[in-house]
Design a binder for this molecule. Structure first.
Ligand SMILES: [Fe+2]
Length: 243
């Protein structure tokens, strides 16, 4: 998709959301089986398409269009392309292939799949007014006492990653029905048995164009753009991490 098509697809006033269906679980639905014959139950490689941003980046506060478009077009779209490439390589393997080649490619597949899904969830939970409300506010208050305490824990977890790589994720532990904040050092470390609710990318590519090494200012800008409406919808109809 070129820049013009992007703006045509996102030319909605006020950064209106196209809808949670667009991104959450989207690649589960969008993934179409390839035509390559395969003896297994599923045909590989599958095809995935990078989804357009669900908001007009010009309407974000404190995060430039240049930053958001670079993040979307290079890092996110790159992960989608790499996922297809690595699946194509895996499709070439057979029982005679070296086990460590299988392991390396399957590890890369997991990283790129999570990168695709998590970036979609990340972009989807931006584009809002940053004002927490609804069921997720009650959930957070019941767990942390105040939303302020939650913000302190979430923001500080991201701050410590400055200069490194990682994600901060608010998710719902399905075992306890309690919300948890996870600090992920890499894309393949998503919490087991948890439903992703709010994701903050703290890789440098998520802020360096606007803030250099100033991760603190990025985190504040991220919070002022959170779309809590989407987070509430995820609480009602949880997205999955399956690609
Ligand atoms: Fe990223």
């Amino acid at each position: 998709m070129n820049r013009r098509e992007f703006f045509q697809s996102t030319a909605l006033a006020g950064g209106a959301i196209i809808g949670s269906q667009l991104l959450a679980n989207s690649n589960t639905l969008a993934a179409t089986k390839g035509t390559t014959p395969h003896s297994g139950i599923q045909a590989f490689p599958r095809k995935y398409e990078a989804k357009p941003l669900p908001f007009n980046p010009e309407y974000l506060k404190g995060l430039s269009s240049k930053l958001i478009l670079s993040h979307h077009d290079n890092n996110y779209a790159g992960a989608v392309k790499n996922l297809m490439k690595v699946e194509a390589e895996i499709a070439k393997l057979n029982s005679d292939s070296l086990p460590f080649v299988w392991t390396a490619l399957k590890s890369s597949e997991q990283t790129f799949r999570n990168s695709m899904v998590m970036h979609e969830l990340y972009f989807e939970n931006l584009g809002g007014n940053g004002k927490i409300h609804g069921p997720v506010e009650k959930l957070i208050t019941s767990a942390w006492g105040t939303t302020s305490r939650f913000e302190t824990e979430f923001k500080a977890s991201g701050l410590g990653i400055g200069g490194g790589t990682g994600w901060i994720v608010l998710s719902l532990d399905k075992r306890t029905s309690q919300p948890i904040i996870s600090c992920l050092g890499a894309l393949n470390q998503f919490a087991a048995n948890a439903v992703p609710l709010l994701l903050m990318d703290v890789y440098e590519h998520a802020y360096a164009i606007d803030y250099g090494a100033g991760i603190k200012d990025y985190i504040e800008a991220f919070f002022s753009n959170i779309n809590w409406e989407i987070v509430n919808k995820r609480l009602e109809a949880p997205p999955t991490m399956a690609g």
